[in-house]
Design a binder for this molecule. Structure first.
Ligand code: ACO
Length: 322
């Protein structure tokens, strides 16, 4: 039996920082409101000439190095992103070229904030099926490009970044299980209403900006993430006590706290990086995972629950033994 295990991680945040104090000058908001309602202190914003692929490349190179591999040994590339550089080629193909890798499958996955969990689930299945041995799985976003910087309800929440992992074939797990879900009936609660095929909204607004009914999303997220914790533990015949670490999607400190409560996990076993970079969508889980592995909190042999929730609506989890 072949499993997949985490061989290396990497993360990257663009240099430019946008603080809550700076946002106070742009929209009618306060540092106190943003901290209290979301936990966010600042976010990173890509430079004008910096793209999602640029961020992905930094994170990918760090993950490949941490896995002690050469780029040429990578035989699958999946990039989870909602903000690809171009309509096509996919960001995964652009990245493949940057890394001078040729021939292996490379494709993007679009599941908004759950994108990395989807990509991880797919890569795990490739490896278990014997179709790949060293998969590069990335979440990378330049959400700043689809944020309406005049809308205080959304612009304070999001940021840019990239996180990456190398998943490697192994005789022992690794990834214990992945759980992927979607329900399109709630799609309009969190959306960019225009795109390639649908060019303009009914009111004629043609620029693609994010719209969110935050309050509704908040309630659904808390309930859904509670359910997926139960589903994940049941699938592995485990209880809350078996989980050492929660690495959640970094959207809102209060949503994270609710999931941690469900798991009865003390705060110091929950990896929280949302204060540093806001909601970076598909990049958020691998960014947080990378931080906690590099600073030594998550150690080999420990059990880690990853979860995410986002537009679609989509949600998912992965349980792994590091
Ligand atoms: N500064 C000051 N006041 C604000 C701001 C702001 N930046 N934004 C909203 N407000 C006001 C509202 O206008 C409202 O005022 P009113 O009562 O006079 O109408 C008041 O604050 C409360 O607004 P709510 O929306 O009820 O605030 P809430 O406590 O729900 O917090 C938030 C809003 C932070 C957006 C929260 O609902 C949330 O985090 N939602 C979930 C976001 C999420 O997880 N999304 C999923 C992933 S994202 C993805 O997939 C791309």
């Amino acid at each position: 039996m072949t499993y997949s295990r985490l061989a290396g991680t990497g993360g990257y945040l663009p240099e430019k920082v946008l603080t809550n104090a700076e946002l106070e000058k742009m929209v009618d908001t306060t540092d106190a409101w943003i901290r209290e309602r979301t936990g966010i202190h600042k976010r990173h914003v890509a430079a004008d000439d910096e793209t999602t692929c640029d961020l992905a490349e930094h994170a990918a190179r760090r993950a490949i190095e941490a896995a002690a591999l050469n780029a040429g040994e990578i035989d699958l590339i999946i990039v989870a992103t909602t903000t690809p550089d171009q309509i096509f080629p996919s960001t995964a193909c652009l990245l493949q070229q940057r890394l001078d890798i040729h021939g292996c499958p490379a494709f993007d996955v679009q599941a908004v904030c759950t994108g990395f969990i989807y990509a991880l689930g797919i890569a795990d299945k490739f490896i278990r099926a014997g179709s790949a041995r060293n998969a590069l799985v990335i979440g990378a976003e330049t959400l700043s490009r689809i944020v309406d910087w005049t809308d205080r309800k959304t612009c304070v929440l999001f940021g840019d970044g990239a996180g990456a992992v190398v998943l490697q074939a192994s005789a022992t797990p690794g990834i214990l299980s992945t759980h992927l879900h979607a329900d399109g009936q709630y799609g309009a609660l969190l959306q960019v209403p225009t795109g390639v095929s649908k060019r303009a909204t009914e009111d004629g607004d043609s620029y693609p900006y994010m719209e969110m009914q935050g309050n509704e999303i908040f309630k659904i997220a808390v309930n859904t993430l509670g359910r997926i914790v139960d589903e994940t533990l049941a699938a592995n015949d485990m209880t809350q006590a078996d989980v050492d670490w929660l690495v959640p999607h970094q959207a809102n400190q209060r949503i994270i706290a609710a999931t941690a409560k469900k798991l009865k996990l003390p705060e110091d076993h929950v990896v929280m990086t949302v204060q540093e970079h806001g909601n970076t969508s598909a990049a958020s889980v691998p960014l947080a995972l990378d931080v906690a592995i590099r600073d030594g909190r998550i150690r080999r042999g420990e059990t880690v629950l990853l979860e995410a929730f986002g537009g679609g609506l989509t949600w998912g989890s992965a349980l792994l033994r590091y």
